[in-house]
Ligand binder design. Structure first.
Ligand SMILES: [Zn+2]
Length: 419
């Protein structure tokens, strides 16, 4: 068998898309008499610099011989990749292996590429050592990671992507809302992030230019196929089902407040130190503490109603936070409230006058100005908490492809899924 890895053919500005290039390579392989077996769509470390939205790399498994497959793939990439965009630097990697038989070094490379930045030289050294066919630039990092994904990913999900007729690209997409919402409702929770019910948004329809009409994500290929087929829309040029690491939290690693590094994504524990505060732009900031170390966290404005959950946190709450660290701040994707503070220390109220007492002087306790009643110090008041313990998440309209929706399960506390 032969594995064909592809990456970085897309462009933020012009909207070509690596999944589309992969679909065209598959067509070329089939036209040349080969068959295409599995197709992997791998989301790499979402924090890396030159990312287009989502940072996807692709791998096709085919029975065509490696040299032939390499020729076809490079020809399609040359034809379709948006190389006019200076940030696009495509890569093609072809290996003589099946997804399950790639060498340990390739599997290890793929595991790391999901969680950290990797230098192109490292990828090229490994490619040369293995004698793999390769061509292009920085995209070879993702292409090699996609080739190794079969052994690096242990939680697979599926996405059915429907493509537009190419001459319609750049024009507004026509997708029937009612049929999409109905199909999403019928298949939930086996298919997720098809729509955002609260925001009334079709999450499955991209807003950026490009050939994708819609993408349906879910736990199994049958369900995503069924939802895709039930959506009424403009003509679908072709549709492909990918096996993927989307919706798995594969980018998160365990960490501690004091040891986080830029460009990596973590799951870590702490106590709320600075209470949440909404600042310019509607972003909600807070700080968490672990011992002497603190870490600023932020829920960005586009995470919408997730910010309301974050705002309900209070100083002293024990939490687990998840997200990528950039410029010293963790960008919240989800969090768990582990243990909440239930009381706060407040200035006592006079039992007779029902007025707040005043300080009677340094270390002198409090005294009622009206009747002279005294109290030795602050008192506990029970807090009315609006947040139940458990996991909270950014809503579908703001979720990254790789982030695991709570509804998929497997979390270590009760969940409060957004849908
Ligand atoms: Zn009083």
């Amino acid at each position: 068998m032969t594995l064909v890895g592809l990456d970085d053919t897309d462009s933020r500005e012009h909207g070509m898309c690596t999944t589309y290039v992969a679909a065209r390579v598959a067509d070329a392989v089939e036209a040349a008499g080969g068959s295409v077996d599995r197709r992997h769509l791998v989301r790499l470390n979402p924090a890396i610099e030159f990312k287009t939205r989502g940072n996807a790399a692709l791998c096709l498994e085919t029975d065509l011989d490696p040299a032939r497959a390499f020729g076809l793939a490079t020809a399609e990439v040359d034809r379709l990749a948006e190389v006019d965009d200076p940030q696009t630097d495509p890569g093609v990697v072809v290996a003589d292996a099946t997804a399950e038989t790639v060498p340990d070094a390739v599997a290890a490379f793929a595991r790391r590429a999901v969680r950290k930045r990797i230098d192109s030289n490292e990828a090229i050294d490994l490619l040369d050592r293995l004698g793999y066919h390769h061509d292009g630039g920085r995209g070879r990092i993702g292409a090699l990671a996609a080739v190794g994904a079969g052994r690096a990913v242990d939680d697979w999900t599926y996405e059915r992507i429907a493509y537009r007729e190419l001459d319609r690209c750049g024009t507004p997409r026509t997708v029937d809302r009612e049929s999409a919402f109905a199909a999403a409702e019928a298949a939930y929770p086996d298919a997720w992030d098809t729509v955002d019910r609260e925001a009334g948004e079709l999450v499955c329809v991209p807003s950026a230019p490009g050939p994708i009409l819609y993408g349906i994500r879910g736990d199994d290929p049958e369900t995503v196929g069924k939802v895709a087929a039930a959506i009424e829309s403009e003509p679908v040029e072709s549709a492909v089902t990918y096996r993927t690491n989307q919706g798995t939290d594969a980018h998160l690693r365990p960490g501690t407040v004091g040891t986080v590094r830029e460009g990596r994504a973590y799951r870590l524990d702490g106590v709320v130190d600075d209470a949440p505060e909404t600042r310019t732009g509607g972003h909600v900031h807070l700080t968490i503490r672990d011992g002497d170390e603190t870490l600023p966290c932020v829920a960005f404005e586009p995470t919408k109603r997730f910010r309301d959950r974050v705002r309900h946190l209070r100083t002293g709450d024990r939490v687990t936070v998840c997200g990528e660290v950039g410029t010293g701040t963790l960008k919240l994707e989800k969090f768990a409230l582990r243990e909440q503070v239930t009381t706060e220390r407040v200035v006592p109220t006079c039992p007779d006058c029902e007025r707040s007492m005043e300080s009677a002087g340094r270390n002198q306790g409090y005294r009622c100005r009206d009747c002279g009643t005294t109290a030795p110090g602050r008192v506990n008041r029970t807090l009315d908490r609006e947040l139940d313990p458990g996991w909270y998440e950014a809503p579908p309209c703001a979720r990254r492809h790789i982030a695991k929706p709570l509804v998929r399960g497997g979390f270590d506390a009760p969940t409060h899924p957004e849908r």
